[in-house]
Design a protein around this ligand. Structure first.
Ligand code: ADP
Ligand code: MG
Length: 265
């Protein structure tokens, strides 16, 4: 199940899906310039779950926005499947951005309140996958089923659903285009603990079923350590620590990481 037809250039590491090399991001502000990202370098491999953890303002969402093309980095390169994103043609870039889908913290706000959930999902199918409107109903049903929602949820409006249900629908919409990478930016932070656990289980199931990679952005280091292969810790726009979940949790190298552990334990 894939709509993707990128060629992985010969000689590139086929396991490497996405690379950020020396990414810096500056924002002009009234009082001067704010360096939101400073020389951020990391790699995401196929079928990997990578956690990006840090306090509010540490630059996590800016990383997500640079990856998804919402911000153009001031410095550095984003490499997707061995190709520098700036070298892609317009069509290749469009295709690449449909390979990168995001799920946000507030699912209800991420839907148009006046549209039924099924309509929002099918619009995504029509727009990004060129499905005809007539053939989307079954696909919407399959997607809802994939995220554990009954077919009748297609006829509900966002406000008629719980936060957890709405987040499932947001995941279904993201999955509509068979992304290679799902970026979850504080996607479970607004949910209660049990809904949070169910959404995390769902994400892990979908990752295995569709062979996706996930970037899981959060401030909750203990939670993320239970699901990620590797963790990056960010502070002030910089990566201050990186390692396996076990390394980061069991032998944190910085006081900042220890504080992140204490803050939620
Ligand atoms: N569009 C923007 N314009 C100006 N400053 C921004 C913009 N986006 C983010 N910032 C600033 O960049 C820093 C990092 O923000 P962000 O990436 O949203 O952090 P996080 O997601 O870790 O909370 C913050 O100081 C924030 O105020
Ligand atoms: Mg953020």
């Amino acid at each position: 199940m894939s709509y993707h037809d990128y060629e992985i250039p010969a000689g590139s590491n086929s396991n490497s899906l996405l690379k950020l090399e020396g990414i810096s991001m500056e924002f002009k502000r009234k009082g001067g310039i704010l360096k939101a990202l400073d020389n951020v370098t990391f790699e995401l491999r196929e079928n990997e779950v990578l956690g990006i953890i840090g306090e509010s303002g540490s630059g996590k969402s800016t990383v997500a926005r640079v990856i998804t093309g919402l911000h153009r980095a001031t410095e550095g390169r984003v490499i997707f499947q061995g190709k520098d994103v700036t070298d892609l043609t317009k069509t290749e870039r469009q295709r690449m951005y449909s390979d990168l889908q995001m799920v946000f913290q507030n699912p209800i706000k991420s839907f148009n309140p006046r549209r039924k959930i099924g309509t929002s999902i099918s619009e995504c199918l029509c727009h990004l996958c060129a499905y005809s409107r007539g053939t989307t109903d079954d696909k919407v049903k399959d997607l809802l089923e994939d995220v554990g929602l009954k077919a009748e949820y297609a006829d509900k409006y966002p406000h008629e659903m719980s936060g957890g249900e709405c987040q499932r629908a947001a995941i279904a919409r993201a999955m509509a285009v068979c992304p290679k990478i799902l970026i979850c930016d504080e996607a479970t932070s607004a949910l209660d603990v049990s809904a949070q656990a169910r959404i995390i289980n769902l994400l892990m199931e979908l990752k295995d079923k569709y062979n996706m990679s996930i970037i899981f952005i959060s401030h909750d280091l203990p939670l993320v350590s239970t699901i990620t292969d590797r963790i990056i810790i960010m502070d002030g726009g910089k990566i201050v620590e990186e390692g396996s979940a076990e390394e980061v949790i069991c032998s944190p190298k910085t006081d900042y990481t220890r504080e992140l552990l204490d803050a939620v334990l």
